[in-house]
Design a protein around this ligand. Structure first.
Ligand code: SF4
Length: 66
């Protein structure tokens, strides 16, 4: 099973907490909004990614199992 990280743009405020906590997977664009580097989350990173999803103050991050 593959996990995919996505951003709900209607909620994201672009302050970049997620990119600071998960720099290997998320970078910021020129306006500060997050860009998820790889859609698929490695199974070994999933616990860290779940913590970042929970930490997003705008509840804008979602991890979907496919
Ligand atoms: S932590 Fe949440 S609100 Fe902040 S930039 Fe990341 S996705 Fe957007």
């Amino acid at each position: 099973m593959t996990a995919t990280l996505s951003v709900d743009w209607t909620r994201c405020d672009g302050h970049g907490l997620c990119a600071a906590l998960l720099p290997d997977a998320i970078v910021r664009d020129e306006w500060g909004f997050p860009i998820v580097r790889a859609g698929a989350v490695d199974a070994s990173d999933e616990a860290d990614v779940r913590r970042v999803v929970a930490a997003c103050p705008a509840l804008a991050l979602h991890l979907e199992q496919r």
